[in-house]
Design a protein around this ligand. Structure first.
Ligand code: ADP
Ligand code: LRH
Length: 498
């Protein structure tokens, strides 16, 4: 890398990384500086994130970046920005002290809170105010759960920050909420981009906790002197990217057009979750959208990400975690090879089955699921690996149909970005089940989206179109054409009855 370098701190639900990026000879170049694990921490029934451990990893990674930059003659760190998963948050008290641990969206105390909410304000009214899909993990239901539990952190809170904003505050002292991640709360109006006063007052959530949303690409401060001491990033600007990882990932889809009214491509941001949708110029807060339970999340430059959350590679990850606990630790490619070798459609799994959201042991849960749904017990782990991937492909097929209905358009290409784009079997299954061309890559979509937004914010890139051209010119993609599509028809019919 040479010249000005932008640092992306990119935290996913399964891992975090610090990535440095610069432009050399018209190409965006990335260097992975530091990578670390992330996983929820259980204490009795409660589920948290280890946010202080994450902060330690982040500052360690930033220190490495500063050291490497100092050893290279033409390199200068120009800015830093953080993105994370959506919906989760932390709070500060009146003295700007962090209050309590940070909860994980899979925390069981959220169960039943959606029903609680719609008993106060109808589902239609909540949807009209927010345009968001109904999922128990949404911030709104987490806050209602906190109120119900008389959580002291809520009683003492003076500032509410989403996860990435919390890390921006730790980095710089700035208390901001970036708009794309704020849009995942189900408390923001997609029309105005502001907090919904009606929702906050209905659920007794104090409006003064919430800073006004800040657009992605805004410089929000510089690295705080105390953090500069440990990282070496003296006076480095902090520029907020699209802090919602999915918004950053969608920004780096190597498509040509930005937010077309009639999209002919869709994306799957493939990681712990699969986020499948289209990028539109305006929200679609329609009865059909509500019925199909799609979401209108905020994208960069006030675009809309009309998408659906699909249970994702979480199941695949948790099968592996279960095996790890028993002492075997297959690699991703070993799991994919075993899935390839297994017979197709032995077990159908709906990745959005609520029982799979946070089971104690995924393998045991999948055996219980096979019984509950009247399917044969899986004969070996290969069947489970394959079923986790086939379940995703089948869910993508149904979601594609809904997307085309919703947007009244024909989708020709599915872009798969993120860690899951490396899973060639899943990419081919997606092409086959959906009968569409799949274009896979880039893998580090989120970090790329993060840095290009910092480049736009610092004036180094002019527009989203220029950023996307740079991405197309810089990262190779792999194309999968549909094959044997008809073998998916019968399982798709069975799947829809699950
Ligand atoms: P998140 O941001 O949610 O933490 P990532 O985008 O980092 O997720 O994707 C992680 C997932 O990518 C893993 O769970 C794994 O299934 C998949 N993955 C990572 N590396 C590979 C690989 N080499 N081959 C196949 N799949 C992979
Ligand atoms: C993906 C993601 C998704 C959210 C979920 C909590 O990492 O941000 O967009 O719904 O995590």
């Amino acid at each position: 890398l040479t010249g000005p370098i932008h640092l992306a701190v990119d935290l996913g639900a399964s891992s975090g990384r610090v990535i440095a990026a610069g432009i050399t000879n018209g190409k965006l170049q990335l260097a992975e500086i530091w990578r670390f694990e992330n996983k929820p921490v259980r204490v009795h029934e409660d589920l948290f994130w280890n946010h202080l451990g994450l902060w330690q990893e982040i500052t360690y990674g930033l220190r490495l970046a500063a050291n490497q930059a100092a050893s290279l003659p033409d390199v200068k760190i120009a800015s830093v920005g953080v993105d994370t998963w959506g919906v989760d948050f932390g709070m500060l008290d009146e003295n700007d002290q962090l209050i309590g641990p940070v909860r994980c969206y899979r925390d069981p105390r959220n169960q039943g809170m959606m029903a609680e909410a719609v008993s106060k304000l109808s589902r239609d009214e909540i949807f009209a105010e927010t345009g968001l899909q109904f999922m128990e993990i949404n911030t709104l239901y987490q806050l209602i759960a906190g109120r119900q539990a008389n959580d002291v952190s809520l009683q003492h809170a003076k500032t509410f920050l989403m996860m990435a904003d919390l890390f921006h505050w730790m980095l710089s002292g700035a208390k901001t909420i970036e708009a794309t991640n704020a849009s995942t709360t189900q408390m923001l109006s997609p029309e105005t981009g502001q907090w919904s006063a009606k929702l906050l007052s209905t659920f007794d959530i104090p409006a003064e906790l919430f800073p006004d949303p800040t657009p992605a690409g805004t410089p929000i401060g510089v690295v705080h002197p105390t953090v500069a001491e440990i990282t070496g990033l003296h006076e480095v600007p902090v520029i907020t990217p699209a802090t919602h990882d999915t918004a950053s990932a969608v920004l780096s889809v190597p498509a040509i057009d930005f937010a077309p009214a009639k999209p002919d491509w869709c994306y799957i941001s493939s990681g712990t979750w699969s986020l499948m949708g289209v990028e539109l110029p305006k929200p679609k807060v329609t009865p059909l959208c509500s019925e199909l339970n799609f979401t209108n999340e905020g994208g960069v430059h006030r675009s809309t990400r009309l998408l659906k959350n699909i249970g994702g590679l979480w199941i695949f990850q948790q099968i592996r975690a279960s095996l790890q606990r028993k002492g075997s630790a297959p690699s991703w490619s070993e799991m994919v090879d075993a899935a390839k070798a297994a017979a197709p459609f032995e077990l159908l799994i709906n990745p959005d089955d609520p029982a799979l959201l946070a089971p104690t042991d995924m393998i045991e849960e999948l055996h219980a699921l096979s019984q509950r749904t009247g399917q044969a017990a899986p004969t070996d782990n290969g069947v489970l690996f394959r079923a986790a991937l086939e379940g995703l492909a089948l869910r993508y097929r149904a979601t594609l149909e809904s997307l085309e209905r919703l947007t009244d358009s024909s989708i020709r290409t599915i872009h798969i970005v993120g860690g899951g784009s490396q899973n060639q079997l899943l990419c081919q299954m997606t092409a086959d089940a959906c009968n569409r061309t799949v274009v896979a890559g880039p893998v580090e979509a989120t970090a790329i989206g993060n840095v290009v937004m910092q480049m736009i914010g610092s004036g180094r890139l002019e527009s989203i179109s220029e950023a996307r051209k740079l991405i197309r010119d810089s990262f190779p993609t792999t194309t999968y054409q549909p094959q044997n599509t008809q073998i998916w028809d019968e399982p798709a019919a069975r799947f829809s009855q699950l």
